[in-house]
Write a protein that binds this ligand. Structure first.
Ligand SMILES: Nc1ncnc2c1ncn2[C@@H]1O[C@H](COP(=O)(O)OP(=O)(O)OP(=O)(O)O)[C@@H](O)[C@H]1O
Length: 265
């Protein structure tokens, strides 16, 4: 059974439809990569899955229930979200920001327990950002903030994690850490991840690591191509979406692992 079912979703902010007849089935323990040019509707689709807008046309079900009928407290135990941009105006420390990921598990006025603080330490170590623990979140760089938000999603302990361009503004090392942690969460913890990305090599990376990966390529609010990495990440599809000519090149690593990489011409 699918953990997320989207059927014929059409959505408009005002009068013009931004998402058009989107249907997507997402299995537990898989990654879905949303690719598409700027303004194609990736963030809007993630926001709809999160249930932050009243439903318009079509249906989104999470764990078998219509998303807008699931209480906010239950939703926070089902889905965590790493937004593209996150502004925090209050000078919380990194510790406090990550600890917020445990809020869905606290009763009204209940204080964090020792176990919650242990989870925060575990997440900060996992992301290699223990040194940031007492820093003010408002004073971090964009890339450091992204790593902190991933740690917050990790402690929230949801089955589903939505990520909006999670590697944007990360340096090469942190991009590698993030991709490895995403792969770990899916393979070892059976999390279900939906991530938007402008990096076509991301689905190829997950495919090489033998993670079940679905790709949905959007253009002007429609999914034009949908399926496995091998079915969808093709030169002609990339050109149809981005109007850019590319080559997909095969490579073999020293250990014999084979993969493919996309280069622009
Ligand atoms: N709050 C809003 N009100 C009105 N229109 C919006 C709003 N948010 C987004 N849009 C419009 O909806 C369309 C889809 O935007 P969205 O942010 O979902 O695209 P995206 O694929 O995530 O783009 P990007 O790759 O640039 O992040 C765009 O034309 C955008 O201008």
């Amino acid at each position: 059974m699918s953990i997320i079912e989207i059927k014929n979703l059409t959505f408009a902010y005002e009068t013009q439809n931004v998402l058009k007849d989107i249907s997507l089935m997402i299995k537990k323990g898989t990654i879905t990569c949303l690719l598409g040019n700027n303004g194609s509707g990736k963030t809007t689709l993630l926001d709809n899955i999160l249930g932050i807008y009243p439903s318009q046309k079509g249906l989104i079900k999470v764990h078998g229930d219509e998303i807008n009928k699931i209480s906010i407290s239950k939703r926070a135990k089902y889905i965590s979200y790493i937004p593209q941009n996150h502004e925090e105006h209050f000078p919380y420390t990194v510790l406090e920001i990550v600890l917020m990921g445990r809020n869905p598990y606290l009763k009204a006025y209940e204080r964090s327990k020792k176990e919650d603080l242990t989870r925060v330490d575990e997440a900060l170590s996992l992301m290699g950002i223990m040194a940031l623990k007492d820093r003010l979140y408002t004073q971090l760089s964009g890339g450091e903030m992204k790593m902190v938000l991933f740690a917050r999603a990790y402690v929230q302990d949801t089955d589903i994690i939505l990520m909006d361009e999670p590697t944007a503004s990360l340096d090469l090392k942190n991009e590698q850490i993030l991709l490895e942690r995403v792969a770990y969460l899916v393979k070892e913890k059976h999390k279900t991840i939906i991530m938007s990305s402008h990096e076509i090599n991301h689905p190829l990376y997950f495919d090489r690591h033998k993670i079940e990966t679905q790709v949905a390529m959007l253009k002007k609010g429609r999914i034009l191509y949908q399926g496995s990495v091998k079915e969808v990440v093709l030169e002609q599809n990339i050109e149809a979406i981005y109007d850019v000519k590319t080559k997909i090149l095969p490579y073999t690593l020293d250990d014999g692992d084979e993969g493919r990489t996309v280069i622009t011409m």
